[in-house]
Design a protein around this ligand. Sequence first.
Ligand code: HEC
Length: 101
Amino acid sequence: MKHVLLMTAVLAVSVPAVAANGAKLYQEKTCVACHGKDAKTPLLPTYPKISGQNAAYAEQQMKDIKSGARANGQSAAMKGVMHLVSDAEIKALADYLSKLK
Ligand code: HEC
């Protein structure tokens, strides 16, 4: 019984931690430099606005840019920082971005 309570407590605190993480990662992993504070005022007009983007789509694009599967347009500019983020962090970032207005 003690075990069950402990597990529940761990799960309860880890959910908001992941949600908060996306915002933090966005700052720390340099995304903000190119995509802008609100993710819709990019550094260059040719860089994409990514706030409110579909989470599953954004996650896949980030993975593809990281792996090199997506190498179109200016994706080379972003590829250089993608070693900074793991798959789990990419997912947290995608969730965060999808919730921005
Ligand atoms: C050096 C500038 C730069 C940095 C840093 C950067 N990006 Fe990008 N990002 C780009 C560019 C440029 C593109 C568009 C690539 C293309 O032309 O295909 C892009 C594309 C994307 C896309 C796909 C958009 C779409 O509509 O397909 C997402 C999502 C994204 N970036 C998120 C991030 C996140 C999250 C980070 C931080 C881990 C990040 N980017 C860091 C420049 C950057």
